[in-house]
Design a binder for this molecule. Structure first.
Ligand code: G6P
Length: 608
């Protein structure tokens, strides 16, 4: 992960770079740094902790110049110390920032040490800057030195490098990690994400794998992996609202939770008519729907949980076998691909390294086609997949995914129904499902009305160390997601189980100190789940029950009841997600953790 920014202008770029880092902090926030290349030389500031620490250092000792690079770090190699923070330098004149992992760094480090290079950090990054320095000894052109260096690197990277001898340009490159070019007037930029540059431009060029770019004030020259100059199109960013604004909310996460009715609506828009799913949403080539005989879904984290819900929907509605797997496992094993299998990836960012690697592998495996359900139209995943269904959630800043998840579920429901229609789902059933989907934004709004009640319930979690989440059927993945949210932002250890598995082990953990959060569906599993709840109550466990009123569940001695709106069964996983998001949010606030930027995590995991 990590975020990088680079700028060259006629004005001072230091404030632009630091603002860019603040906007990229979601990618990593354990340390940050900046290097300015001005008339006097290349000067750096680095600081441990959030970007604010760098800002403080900067305020005490300003650095000005018209060219610079900056970095916010999520540690992979070496602890979050000032020495390990980027930029890294070689000699006095060369500084570099890097996002990604250099897999052969140990071999390169040994070679460089043998040549007399002294390493000041524990990072894999430092080998890159020394290699460039070494190349510059034999040929002084920065672009050529970078190209020669990249040829020696294995792994994933996006880099930006400044050299004191080069007053008119800096050089950047990407392979395996994201990098965009921001095009301005008499000034140009690079960054890990467009968001970092929205304060200076809305024109962007998306670099391809292996591209190296020479950035001057007036021009951006792109070379492909073979060193050939390439023209890449400029696209205009079209978000009406700047998502980096928290508005009236204390945290991005809460803002994003409350945006869900609106973004679910945006996800449905143009994809359903009065009573049908519009298959045109998959692009001109929706013929694949007729041929699908199997589905393989691959994703990571929260996106993986969305995939697990879709398995229930696809097998139930379409009768099509569906397997769901985490990308970090899928990419490294031999997979058996039955004829006519759809390969479906889910990703908020579209830049998750394991998911991208899985897609690239799948493209060699004879799948029917590849479909990405993704939130970022310009992402690598979208560009490399044959088909795309965008979730339209708008930028998500909070590290814990909320609106991205519920819009993924919405897009998956659309996809499940579209496949089912081709497999003979009746027009009547399709129409009923589409009507239900249309009500989703209102149901989600109704679920949000429990916010105040859930806030009170959350106080009871302040001293808890562990929690157990239970669900059955499509609610089991929602229990998994609820547990993940709680872990991510409140640091309470939480696990999820299919309620029927309780007696096969986790029941041993149940006592008065163990809160049991139960997602109650209103279907033929209700009575079975009530029996599971009895098993818990009999052992003195405290039950937090989320259910609709018609389940006849209510507050009792050891039951804390939270009402969830009564909705069509197919929608329950989406609507039941909302109270769990609110619960984890409020528990985190009670515990005083950093809600939007929890420790050790990052929003976009572009390393393995
Ligand atoms: C990180 C984030 C999670 C996210 C996962 C997959 O771990 O912190 O919130 O679910 O990556 O990300 P993706 O962008 O592929 O959905």
């Amino acid at each position: 992960m990590c975020g990088i920014v680079g700028a060259i202008a006629r004005r001072n770029v230091s404030k632009i770079l630091i603002e860019g880092l603040s906007r990229l902090e979601y990618r990593g926030y354990d340390s940050s740094g900046i290097a300015i290349n001005n008339e006097q030389g290349v000067f750096s500031h680095r600081a441990v902790g959030k970007v604010q620490a760098l800002k403080d250092k900067f305020a005490a000792e300003p650095l000005d110049g018209t060219m610079g690079i900056a970095h916010t770090r999520w540690a992979t190699h070496g602890k979050p110390t000032e020495n390990n923070a980027h930029p890294h330098s070689s000699g006095d004149d060369l500084a570099l920032v890097h996002n990604g992992i250099i897999e052969n760094h140990e071999t390169l480090r040994a070679q460089l040490k043998a040549q007399g290079y002294v390493f000041k950090s524990e990072t894999d990054t430092e080998v890159i800057v020394h290699l460039i320095h070494n190349e510059l000894k034999t040929q002084p052109d920065l672009l050529k030195a970078v190209q020669a260096t990249l040829a020696q690197l294995e792994g994933a990277f996006a880099i930006a490098v400044v050299n004191h001898a080069d007053k008119e340009r800096f050089v950047a490159a990407r392979k395996g990690s994201p990098l965009v070019v921001g095009v301005g007037i008499e000034e140009n930029f690079v960054a890990s994400d467009q968001l970092a540059l929205l304060h200076v431009t809305d024109q962007f060029i998306f670099l391809e794998e292996g591209d190296v770019v020479e950035v001057t004030r007036d021009e951006v020259v792109i070379y492909d992996q073979q060193g050939e100059p390439q023209a890449r199109p400029v696209s205009v960013f079209n978000h009406n609202v700047d998502a980096t604004d928290k508005g009236e909310f204390r945290h991005y996460m809460m803002k994003e939770i409350y945006e869900q009715p609106k973004v679910i609506n945006a996800c449905l828009e143009g994809r359903i008519s009065e009573n049908k799913v519009l298959t045109s949403c998959f692009g001109a080539d929706s013929d694949f729907l007729k041929e699908v005989e199997n589905v393989h879904i691959v994703a990571c984290g929260t996106s993986y949980h969305a995939g697990l819900v879709a398995k229930y929907w696809i097998e139930d509605l379409a009768g099509v076998p569906c397997a769901v797997e985490v990308a970090s496992e899928y990419r490294y094993r031999n997979v058996a691909v039955p004829k006519n299998t759809l390969f479906l990836t889910l990703s908020q960012s579209g830049e998750t390294a394991d998911t991208l690697a899985a897609l690239r592998k799948a493209k060699e495996q004879g799948y029917l086609t590849t479909l990405a359900i993704c939130n970022v139209p310009s992402s690598t995943l979208v560009r490399e997949s044959a088909l795309t269904l965008l979730t339209n959630a708008g930028a998500e800043i909070g590290v814990a995914s909320t609106k991205a998840f519920t819009t993924q579920l919405t897009a998956l429901l659309i996809t499940s129904v579209a496949i089912a229609v081709e497999k003979g789902l009746s027009a009547e059933k399709e129409s009923a499902l589409v009507q239900a989907m249309r009500s989703l934004p209102a149901y989600v709004n109704a679920a949000l009305l429990q916010d105040e009640h859930i806030q009170k319930v959350s106080d009871r979690f302040a001293n808890k160390q562990h929690a157990l989440f239970l669900g059955r059927g499509a609610m089991y993945p929602i229990a998994l997601e609820g547990a993940l949210k709680l872990k991510e932002i409140s640091y309470i250890h939480a696990e999820a189980y299919p309620a029927g598995e309780l007696k096969h082990g986790p029941l041993a953990l149940v006592d008065e100190n163990m809160p049991i959060i139960t997602m109650v569906p209103h279907n033929d599993m209700l009575d079975k789940l009530k029996s599971n709840m009895q098993e818990v109550a009999a052992r003195g466990g405290e039950l937090y029950v989320f259910a609709d009123r018609s389940t006849n569940l209510h507050n009792e001695d050891n039951i804390i009841f939270t009402e969830v709106p009564k909705v069509e069964e197919i929608l329950e996983p989406i609507v039941h997600t909302i109270p769990l998001q609110l619960l984890s949010y409020h528990v985190a606030v009670v515990k005083g953790t950093d809600v939007d930027q929890p420790r050790n995590l990052a929003k976009s995991v572009t390393v393995e």
